[in-house]
Design a protein around this ligand. Sequence first.
Ligand SMILES: NC(=O)c1ccc[n+]([C@@H]2O[C@H](COP(=O)([O-])OP(=O)(O)OC[C@H]3O[C@@H](n4cnc5c(N)ncnc54)[C@H](O)[C@@H]3O)[C@@H](O)[C@H]2O)c1
Length: 258
Amino acid sequence: MSVKAYDLTGRTAFVTGAASGIGRATAALLAEAGATVHGADRDTQGLHETATLIKQHGGTAHIHTVDVADRGQVTDAVATAVATSGRLDIMAAVAGIMHSSPVLETRDEDLDRVWSVNFKGVLYACQEAARTMIASGTRGSIVTMASGAVDTGGPGLLCYGAAKAAVVQLTKTLANEVGRHGIRVNAVAPGWIRTPMTTRHDESAQAHTESLMVRMAPLGRVGESEDVAHAVLHLASDASAFTTGQILRPNGGVAMPW
Ligand SMILES: NC(=O)c1ccc[n+]([C@@H]2O[C@H](COP(=O)([O-])OP(=O)(O)OC[C@H]3O[C@@H](n4cnc5c(N)ncnc54)[C@H](O)[C@@H]3O)[C@@H](O)[C@H]2O)c1
């Protein structure tokens, strides 16, 4: 083993949620490690910005405008990526949405929307990736995006946390089912990370959360998208060749405190 295990030259990665935050940082880092990156998102403008970023650093990027909650769109985009690049080695299923509502105020439409994007969207990406890898005999890596919310019963996080808990279940079950094909499946469960998802709130709530994180985290700072992207790179690369069905928690040493 050497640091060359992190080299992704010649590999193709498909990254959902690549238009923003953690997905953008992941797409950029995998490209920097040498992979050809296919970024998928419903935000076309954001995808263009990510592709520009990758190309400015000498990487190769393709973009796909996709609603991950639509199985047909995911199937078509993965097929297009494979037709374009000839292979699929890495799937990073990062796209997701936040939703917060107390249990007693949670409506069917909240549950359905969050489940569709945060669970079904990951499931479709995993299924397409695993089918493609099995058919081509590729010993690939699939990385899902869970959350520290699966470790807590944070107020308001019923829909979000339940969907992320289902992502963890999917990760472990799929890892068992495809391991004999040499395909690895792992989850990343970040703590609070400063991204557009977490900075859309009002400024005082934002400042309160950040100061809470700084006080509670043994590492004494909030997380950045790049912290999570490095966890994805580890799981996507041969550096984690004997790791599957696991949850990696980049969270500064603390689970989500609320
Ligand atoms: N930021 C955090 O603190 C944190 C913590 C734990 C887990 N996560 C997870 O990390 C992932 C990325 O979050 P982020 O913080 O970078 O958020 P973000 O809002 O910056 O990025 C999410 C991306 O997903 C895309 N997306 C949303 N719904 C989509 C859909 N239906 N189809 C296609 N694309 C869609 C958005 O357009 C956006 O580009 C999410 O799954 C989130 O749940 C984030």
